[in-house]
Design a protein around this ligand. Structure first.
Ligand SMILES: Cc1cc2nc3c(=O)[nH]c(=O)nc-3n(C[C@H](O)[C@H](O)[C@H](O)COP(=O)(O)OP(=O)(O)OC[C@H]3O[C@@H](n4cnc5c(N)ncnc54)[C@H](O)[C@@H]3O)c2cc1C
Length: 458
């Protein structure tokens, strides 16, 4: 068995192969030099922890892989797969024979597509090495520009603010985390950032980047077209040098842009904005180069079936790099960039590689920590046709998404510390059981979610 990629997914898969009874050889090849480590802490306490505490936790204790009889080849990149010979080819020409091959190649930070980017100096955050570079730059008073208000951008902004930096976040969409988080929840998170002094500006695209006197200058332009229902932008105001726009519905009624979110530079400020460090958190791109070269089917990532098998029956793919059909969402093909999915798929794919026929059907689950808040999402909010809100008595609101048929498809909430964990866990179980809860009961905080679980099919 050969596993390419020693991240969360590949490493878990290698260990699971052994635990599930595979007695033959297991080789884990990873491009990074360090022992396999946890990636989520990179944007959290690796950036904020006390001096010297830059190491993300290792996935397994020292020596555990060796003890499990797994050969870990670190700092080596697989550059080709010879499917006829059943061999993985390394950059240095070494060839590793396989019976079954797993591609767990993850994703890379999307590069910022703006003019002037070639001048250099823009940071990204995907690996331990990136975090070490960044951490050094987050000094009190440093002017940090974060491009992108997705999870990575906002976690990074929170970490930078906690370290006393002067933080500005620039987001092209009209609100933060627009891809996966319901509006009210995103607004609560945005409010927390503003409270902490983060200058969060939405609806602005970065057009050009230049370097002057050691600073990185960002020129902001008209916002990118953001797909969304019945919302479009007015053209830029030609009389002003500042980008100027407003949101309105297609019926012509003006609607307020996101409450509490700055949508344009304040007139007193001169453009462009100057920063000591600019970090781009503009999404991740599935790492498919190897699969493409090997002629495997690609479809928003390496295309796999519900057993995580690629278009070659002896090659599997799992984690951030693959798209798979999800039975809970009508077989819709999705790709998840989430820690627990990488773990779950790592375990599941190992069993598939050993012949298990079980389809992968785990409910998607994601969390993000920003300041003292934790946000959790179970299921896919964008699959929902209607929304039900449960306003808990402690001020936490849970947003549930229901399908056309009333089936529970998602639940999202944000709260301090562990405040939302239990309810989201219960919601996750309801989603897995395809529960069709009564919306009024779902909205009623007096009825514990546990009660709904008892009524749901098992
Ligand atoms: C900063 C950060 C914070 C995050 N925070 C959260 C969070 O709070 N919550 C959450 O749910 N998720 C979070 N995630 C996402 C989560 O970490 C990922 O979903 C998870 O790491 C994916 O695991 P993976 O093994 O599929 O891919 P990766 O972790 O990307 O691992 C893939 C590995 O494969 C290696 N590789 C690629 N190509 C080759 C090749 N050809 N040869 C050899 N090796 C190769 C790469 O170097 C990499 O080490 C975060 C991610 C980042 C970057």
């Amino acid at each position: 068995m050969v596993v390419v990629g020693a991240g969360e997914c590949g490493t878990r898969a290698a260990v699971e192969l052994r635990e599930a009874g595979w007695t033959g050889s297991i080789t884990l090849v990873g491009a990074e030099h360090s022992p396999p480590y946890e990636r989520p802490p990179l944007s959290k306490y690796v950036l904020t922890g006390s001096e010297g505490n830059v190491e993300p936790p290792a996935l397994y204790e020292d020596g555990a892989l060796r003890d499990a009889g797994i050969e870990y080849v670190a700092g080596a990149t697989v550059t080709g797969v010879d499917r006829d010979a059943h061999e993985a080819v390394l950059a240095d020409g070494r060839r590793i024979p396989y019976e079954r091959l797993l591609l767990a190649t993850g994703a890379s930070a999307r590069r910022l597509p703006v003019a002037g980017i070639e001048a250099g100096g823009v940071c990204y955050l995907r690996s331990r090495a990136d975090a070490i570079v960044l951490r050094d730059r987050l000094r009190p008073g440093a002017r940090i520009g974060v491009i992108g208000a997705g999870f990575i951008g906002l976690e990074l902004a929170a970490a930078a603010a906690a370290r006393g930096c002067d933080v500005t976040v620039i987001e092209a969409a009209p609100r933060p985390m627009s891809r996966a988080v319901p509006t009210d929840i995103a607004t609560a998170v945005a409010d927390r950032h503003r409270q902490a002094g983060v200058d969060l500006r939405c609806g602005l695209a970065v057009e050009r980047l230049t370097r002057r006197d050691g600073a990185l200058l960002l020129e902001l332009g008209a916002p990118l077209e953001v797909p969304g229902p019945a919302v479009h932008r007015l053209p830029r105001n030609r009389d002003s040098s500042l980008p100027h726009f407003r949101l309105r519905s297609s019926g012509g009624t003006s609607i307020a842009a996101e409450p509490h979110i700055e949508t344009a530079p304040r007139p007193s400020e001169a453009l462009p904005l100057a920063f000591d460090t600019v970090v781009a958190g503009v999404g991740a791109v599935p790492e498919t180069t190897l699969a493409e070269k090997a002629g495997l089917a690609i479809d928003n990532g390496i295309r796999v079936d519900d057993r995580l098998t690629t278009s070659d029956p002896d090659i599997f793919a799992a984690g951030d790099c693959c798209s798979f059909p999800h039975p809970l969402y009508g077989g819709r093909r999705i790709r998840l960039e989430a820690w627990r999915n990488a773990q779950d798929q790592g375990r599941a794919v190992a069993r598939s590689m050993l012949g298990d026929e079980q389809p992968f059907a785990v409910v998607p689950w994601f969390w993000s920590d920003q300041f003292d808040l934790t946000l959790q999402i179970a299921g896919l909010p964008d699959a929902a046709a209607q929304e039900v809100v449960r306003d808990r008595r402690d001020g936490v609101a849970i947003q549930f998404g229901l399908g056309d048929d009333g089936r529970l498809l998602s639940a999202a909430a944000v709260g301090a510390g562990n405040a939302v964990a239990k309810d989201i866990r219960l919601a996750e179980m309801l989603i897995a059981r395809r529960a069709v809860p009564d919306p009024a009961t779902l909205a009623d905080p007096a009825v514990p979610l546990k009660t709904l679980l008892r009524q749901a099919p098992s």
